[in-house]
Design a protein around this ligand. Structure first.
Ligand code: SF4
Length: 325
């Protein structure tokens, strides 16, 4: 699936091992990753709405640790379009992978827009599974969804977190050309990890291809062909070194990306890649300072940061679509 796939944690899960006994616990999670489980009425309303509209969210599918905060306290969610089955199998991601049902759900863009309207969102984040089976990689469906939200909720900023579309630049034309050329307010594609970890963490994907997609979006922005923001995210804790993190952050900045999110990788189930290290809040602060020193306009960095966490703060008021436009 596209994106920092909001990688993540299955709160409280313990799988049994071969003889039915629970496996031994790994190193306990540090204090700063403790999550408050609470399901206030707002959380239940979001859950009900998503179910009633037959939508998927990456919050639930990727077992995001922030779901109680985002749904319950902020009444927000990240919609996952193009079905619930991903054609790739990343080592960190718990979204179901396999062969998706052919085609796309043509009504889904309007249902996403309906959810955005009912939830009263002013910043909607839309991601998807990877759909390498579709000729356009799902770009047309992203465009339909951007346009449906802009039409239904004028004034709502749309952030898309897309797959790499296998490097097909036509796909970028389709997505960034949405809404009469205005495009989404934020175009995001996640690099996810440092290049050395790709073979293990992102088989079927390419660091260079992801960077090239972001660089092309940034080039279009610089040329005045796209007026939104460019954004990416990486996870820490998969086995990368600090030097590799800093080199990757520099590569991303050199590609022209403006917004960066950095968070802690958390193993969603025991079948996924193990956590190699827990990065402390202070270390995240240092990575953020480094990123800002390179010229990023905004860098969100912290153990529980995911690419859509506090996403509305990454778009200045002046960039929001005018409600009457
Ligand atoms: S951080 Fe993103 S994926 Fe996680 S719960 Fe919040 S909106 Fe959903």
């Amino acid at each position: 699936m596209a994106g920092m796939r909001e990688s993540l944690v299955q709160i409280g899960e313990r799988r049994t091992n071969g003889n039915g006994a629970p496996p031994p616990r790994r190193e306990p999670r540090p204090e700063w990753l403790r999550i408050r489980l609470h399901t206030p009425e707002r959380y239940k309303e979001v859950k009900r709405l998503i179910g009633d509209l037959s939508l998927n969210t990456v919050c639930a599918e990727a077992r995001c640790p922030n779901i109680y905060e985002c749904w319950g306290e902020h009444g927000t969610a990240t919609f996952m379009i193009l079905g619930d089955t991903c054609t790739r199998r990343c080592g960190f991601c718990s979204v179901h992978s396999g062969r998706p049902a052919p085609g796309v759900d043509a009504e889904e863009p309007e249902r996403v827009a309906e959810a955005v309207a009912v939830m009263g969102l002013q910043h909607a984040v839309v991601t998807s599974v990877d759909r390498d089976d579709l000729p356009d990689g799902g770009a047309g469906h992203f465009r339909e969804t951007i346009e449906a939200i802009h039409r239904r909720v004028p004034g709502c900023a749309v952030e898309v977190l897309t797959p790499d579309f296998r490097g097909v630049t036509d796909a970028l034309d389709i997505v960034l050309g949405a809404s009469g050329g205005a495009g989404p307010e934020v175009f995001s594609h996640n690099v996810e990890t440092v290049p050395r970890m790709y073979r293990k963490a992102r088989p079927g994907s390419s660091y260079e291809r992801s960077l090239a997609l972001l660089a092309e979006a940034a080039r279009r922005r610089d040329a005045g062909e796209y007026r939104g923001r460019t954004k990416t995210a990486i996870m820490l804790g998969l086995g990368e070194t600090d030097d590799e993190v800093r080199a990757t952050v520099r590569d991303i900045r050199d590609a022209g990306v403006e917004v960066l999110a950095m968070g802690q990788y958390l193993q969603p189930t025991r079948e996924h890649l193990p956590v190699e290290r827990y990065v402390s809040p202070e270390e995240f602060d240092a990575f953020r300072d480094h990123a800002l020193s390179l010229g990023f306009l905004h860098c969100e960095a912290g153990p529980l940061v995911r690419s859509s966490y506090h996403a509305h703060e990454h778009v200045p008021e002046a960039m929001r679509p005018h409600p009457t436009s």
